[in-house]
Design a protein around this ligand. Structure first.
Ligand code: ADP
Ligand code: MG
Length: 696
């Protein structure tokens, strides 16, 4: 098949009936099912076909895209140096050759001598004089009017030509209901363009439009479309929130003896930020509808104790709490810590993970089912169907971004008496405010923006791989001073086997170069129990250097570890590096993070390593990460709801988010029936059937 880049030179499609079906299928693949979907499929750029210049002028301009009009004076297929169609057209000033390397037989006929053609492309001065290679062209009658607007170029999919898209969209434009869903009063107040003219302008901009503003998407027509998109999002988030408020949840209002004794027994005082967040959660738990709160706090900010306090409140109120963590290591660590805090106070803490022996699993499930356990801590095993809770009041999810929405929902559905348990999700991956507001469906956010006192800042250095020996020296020195070291092996995404191999090699080399130290190895392929033995030895200070694959990424807490070496740091993402680095700097000793890299560094990797050196502030890192990667990738497809925003850009359009939020609140808060109709019409237009995923 000849690959035609340009649209107008694509020959006519196969017979209409099957073609129409075919086209609908292809449009559906692009998400364009309804007429409104098509109308809201906006151009990514434009071509200017509004002007024709003489062939002489086009040749003089050279190197620029020009449109010329002429009559075919020559049409031949040449075979040297390869098969190609050469067509010359002439006007009263000069002539020019149109060259097609790929062409259909039908095109040869279409461009017969005497035919009048408009052609648009860059003019090149080739061996045979001026020419256009694979121009956009159109066969016309003399005097055919020029388009009065720029020609849209749409994002397209396989097998969908611009010609077809343009036609389909133009047809849809004639059929849709153009009702403006934003009331006049709001438009006036926010200085918003009207819907139809704005959309029309974006499809067919007049030639004198501010093209820069169009391309930058800062044109008022774009602002209107972005506003609408964000308004739809805010409306649907807010209605999900209202729906949640209509569900019942256990009222966990009691802050009783357990909560008090627990606080009193803690070896430290809560930071101000922790205390504030505890108050926020406390208030939510006392309500009769389910809390859905995200607890954000940088690594080491002390989220665990906040979660434990929430659990204490649930237990004080006669309910159970469940804490789910993404890995066994992390779950076990929570279990040990929280059990040590709470069991002396009379709380029964159960432990439930997939790796337990059948018998132990059954025993744990029974504790949960009978209500004998007040708190259960574990991994995904907690959400299995076999686990029934006697009286689940609160669900705690650590490192929530590691779980899918579905997994969180399952745990939420484990309440009893038709009540939905409260939910607290924790994350050390800070989400910038605009993202939290727009991407996280119906979530309140609490932030711990302060680290416990006495932490010394981590010093970060980037070091070329070929200075490895010096790094090993430093490891030795640190260990001799009684400190402990993490050595993180390179991430090898393509092959787990290779990653394992590298980890084993690194472990062996380090053990050989540091004969007077105890070196340990922990990796993802080890059985949980084996991992635990090593982690315990490390926690107890019996292992000096812990060689690890990224299994230590989440949550490990060993305050005496103060040196972190990350090999091939250039292969890690920013937030991953930040998480890894957060394993040190937890005690009072000054901590160091060494990022070993392999030169030469690409620009993105360089930027990442520089960011790591410059800041330890998780929010700042998240902001830069967002800048480098964009929101979709930042959150992962699972959570971004397949990039819900097509037009608005959260980096630059935060101000529109604010406006949309206010208007959404106003519309939903109003009792007037018109408001309800507006909301419905607006959501139908913008979300169609896509609303569902916003509800979780
Ligand atoms: P993260 O937020 O990363 O989950 P953790 O809850 O693991 O952090 O807390 C990190 C360390 O800080 C733990 O050793 C914890 O006991 C300690 N910690 C938490 N809160 C305080 C506080 N207010 N003062 C002193 N140490 C604290
Ligand atoms: Mg944690």
């Amino acid at each position: 098949m000849p690959a035609t880049k340009t649209s107008t030179s694509t020959p006519s499609p196969p017979p209409p009936s099957s073609a129409a079906k075919n086209i609908d299928g292809k449009l559906a693949k692009l998400g364009l099912r309804t007429d409104m979907d098509r109308v809201l499929h906006l151009p990514m750029r434009y071509e200017d076909e509004t002007e024709v210049v003489t062939i002489r002028e086009a040749c003089l301009r050279g190197g620029h895209v020009s449109q010329v009009e002429g009559v075919v004076v020559k049409n031949e297929i040449s075979y040297k140096p390869r098969r190609q169609l050469l067509v010359s057209i002439a006007d009263e000033t000069s002539d020019i050759q149109l060259r097609f390397m790929n062409f259909y037989g039908s095109q040869v006929k279409q461009l017969a001598e005497g035919t009048r053609v408009r052609a648009r492309a860059e003019v090149r001065h080739g061996f045979l004089g001026a020419e256009m290679v694979h121009p956009n062209y159109k066969v016309i009658n003399e005097g055919a009017p020029l388009p009065t607007s720029l020609t849209p170029v749409y994002p397209s999919g396989e097998g969908l030509s611009q010609t077809v898209l343009r036609r389909v969209i133009a047809d849809a434009m004639k059929r849709v209901d153009w009702q403006d869903t934003v009331p006049q009063a709001v438009r006036t107040r926010l200085n918003l363009a009207e819907f139809q003219p704005a959309v029309r302008l974006l499809h067919y901009p007049p030639p004198d439009v501010d093209t820069h503003a169009l391309v930058e998407r800062s044109h008022p027509a774009w602002t209107r479309v972005k506003f609408d998109e964000l308004l739809a999002q805010q409306l649907s988030l807010k209605s999900a929130q209202q729906a949640r408020r209509e569900k019942g949840a256990p009222v966990l209002a009691a802050v009783g003896s357990l909560s008090r004794d627990f606080l009193a027994a803690l070896p430290f005082k809560l930071t101000r930020a922790q205390a504030r967040v505890v108050d926020e959660i406390r208030a939510d738990l006392g309500e009769g509808y389910p809390m859905q709160r995200l607890l954000q706090g940088d690594v080491g900010s002390g989220k665990t104790v906040v979660a434990a306090l929430a659990a204490a409140q649930a237990i004080d109120s006669g309910y159970q709490a469940a804490l789910m963590a993404p890995t066994e290591i992390l779950a076990e660590q929570h279990f040990r810590k929280i059990a040590a805090w709470m069991e002396p106070l009379g709380v029964k803490v159960a432990w439930l993970t997939g790796s337990l022996k059948k018998k132990d699993k059954v025993a744990a499930s029974e504790l949960v089912e009978s209500g004998a356990a007040n708190l259960v801590i574990g991994t995904h095993a907690l959400i299995q169907n076999t686990v029934q809770f006697a009286k689940l009041g609160l669900v705690l999810v650590d490192e929530q971004h590691r779980f899918g929405v579905g997994q969180r929902l399952t745990l939420r559905n484990k309440g009893s008496d038709g009540l939905v348990p409260h939910q607290l999700m924790m994350s050390a991956t800070p989400i910038p405010r605009t993202l939290a507001m727009t991407y996280y469906a119906d979530l309140e956010v609490s932030v711990i923006d302060e680290l416990p006192p006495g932490r010394t800042p981590i010093v970060t250095r980037a070091i070329d791989q070929n200075r490895r020996d010096e790094v090993i020296e430093r490891v030795h020195a640190a260990a001799q001073e009684g400190r402990q070291v993490y050595w993180v092996c390179p991430l090898i995404e393509e092959s787990e086997a290779l990653q394992l191999q590298t980890a084993t090699d690194t472990y062996e080399t380090l053990a050989a170069s540091l004969p007077d130290l105890v070196v340990g190895l922990v990796h993802g392929r080890m059985k949980p129990a084996e991992k635990q033995v090593i982690m315990d030895a490390f926690t107890a200070g019996e292992v000096h250097v812990l060689v690890a694959t990224t299994v230590i990424e989440v949550g490990v807490d060993v305050p005496n570890a103060s040196l972190m070496v990350i090999e091939h740091a250039e292969r890690f993402g920013l937030s991953q590096l930040h998480q890894l680095r957060g394993r040190v700097g937890r005690g009072s000793a000054a901590s160091v993070c060494l990022l070993l890299y392999q030169s030469p560094l690409g620009p993105v990797a360089k930027q990442r390593l520089m960011t790591m050196r410059e800041t330890t502030d998780g929010f700042e890192i998240a902001r830069r990460d967002l800048e480098i990667r964009g929101p979709g990738e930042f959150l992962g497809a699972r959570q971004s709801g397949e990039a819900m925003l097509r037009f608005a850009n959260l980096e630059t359009d935060g101000w529109i988010v604010d406006q949309a939020r206010d208007v959404a609140a106003w519309l939903l808060g109003s009792d007037r029936p018109e408001a309800e109709a507006i909301v419905e019409a607006h959501l139908a237009r913008w979300l169609g059937g896509r609303e569902e995923f916003l509800k979780v």
